[in-house]
Design a protein around this ligand. Sequence first.
Ligand code: SF4
Length: 337
Amino acid sequence: MEIKESLLRVENLKKYFPVKGGILGRKEIKQIKAIDGVSFDVQQGETFGIVGESGCGKSTTGRTILRLLEPTEGKIFFQGKNIAELNKSEMRKLRKDIQIIFQDPFASLNPRMKVREIIEEPLINFEVTDRSEREKRVLEVADQVGLTKAQLSRFPHAFSGGQRQRIGIARALISKPKLIIADEPVSALDVSIQSQVLNLMRDLQKEFGLTYIFISHDLSVVKHFCDRIGVMYLGKMVEIAGKNRLYEKPLHPYAEALLSALPSSHPLQKKQRIILSGDVPSPSNPPNGCTFHPRCFKCMDMCKTVNPTLQPVSDQHSVSCHLYHLGQEQSAAGELI
Ligand code: SF4
């Protein structure tokens, strides 16, 4: 993969959801910190994976980048411009360049619209007024994702899960985006169909120079599909590394535990599975210090009070854990909570 330049840079992104309570139910009594200070960048032409357990904030991160959810704080630089500052109409125009593929190909397509209309709809939203131009583009993109002209006149219910996801991909592609956020795009599909959809996405990436953010809880799929990966836990990015590096030698204890569940790549090599104790804490009341400390099998005293930050340990590898930044943490006294 040829890495060119940073297409997207996310800095200290936060998304907090208010929880209302009180006598009238109108007072904000706490906040759910769905994403809490996430930073990463995505290079032009690469596939950046975001993994983590359900509820870790990975889908919220994708939707906040696209501003389907408004960020509470932070910057989102797309091609050097902070899109977190754009107004609604500026953002609507920019969505031409950043599109999303949703997880559920059954729920994400309007059952009352024909496939042709579903694929064409974004062009109408982006004010492409010439009907013949829209028709030409719909046929072109349908062909690219393997849909026939006859299939365009049918309704979504007539299609299998894999075919519906092709329709979702066509709709995302129609505006010729530069970045596609794929939110669990194959997790609702059978394993045999998953590889067809992933191969299609990879072919389209090669052909059109697409950049993907690929959100998934499935570590095998991410390993197969992504170039670099960010691991999220409780709204924070805890490790970012190239695929090979992360899967061969994860540094963060959470990433270590997650990856220990995967079968060994060598048939004679036995792997010890790390079972984490306890449940994921509530994002409305995260633990002090390192939010992973109540479940961490390497926890030290300082982890209970000092919050680690994501810092580089080598080129293209960053981790948020005191084990790797002890000298710096002790001298700077860290970020006390
Ligand atoms: Fe575990 Fe401490 Fe590292 Fe957190 S900072 S992951 S508790 S060792």
